[in-house]
Write a protein that binds this ligand. Structure first.
Ligand SMILES: [Zn+2]
Length: 142
């Protein structure tokens, strides 16, 4: 979709860290070939979109009411290099739910150094598709 996205090959490791291949994990979701069945799958596909600079999926997976401006998100994607995702906990978010949360820690490198994002993300369904609504910064436990 996005000409600037740098997706891995289908037989390479998925950037979201699921341990699966890109072609059987986030790949088909980023390409719009299938929908994320769970809030966690959508969250993973968003992480992969951010880490591969797939602006189209990053925007499309955002709730229309909270979606950022395209140019602001493009700038954010360009300045951050995402290195790792750890999903900590989920609530709801299953195929038969309408809402769900995913708590995760994501590690990034920016011009200012290493950044750790610990977030509790809220997801809901719009027209049967999971979308990201908002996130709260969670307290980091070490
Ligand atoms: Zn994945």
């Amino acid at each position: 979709m996005s000409s600037s996205a740098t997706h891995p090959a289908d037989d390479e490791r998925c950037p979201c860290g699921s341990g699966d291949t890109f072609g059987s994990c986030c790949g088909p979701i980023l390409r719009g070939q299938r929908r994320a069945a769970t809030a966690e799958a959508l969250m993973r596909s968003r992480y992969t979109a951010f880490s591969t600079r797939d602006l189209e999926h990053a925007l499309a997976s955002w709730h229309p009411n909270s979606r950022p401006q395209r140019r602001d998100l493009a700038a954010s994607l360009a300045e951050t290099r995402w290195l790792r995702l750890d999903v900590r906990e989920t609530t709801g978010g299953g195929p038969f739910d309408d809402e769900g949360t995913v708590e995760f820690v994501a590690i990034a490198r920016t011009d200012q150094g290493r950044r750790e994002l610990h977030e509790l993300s809220h997801f809901s369904k719009v027209d049967g598709a999971w979308v990201y609504v908002r996130g709260e910064i969670a307290a980091t436990r070490h």
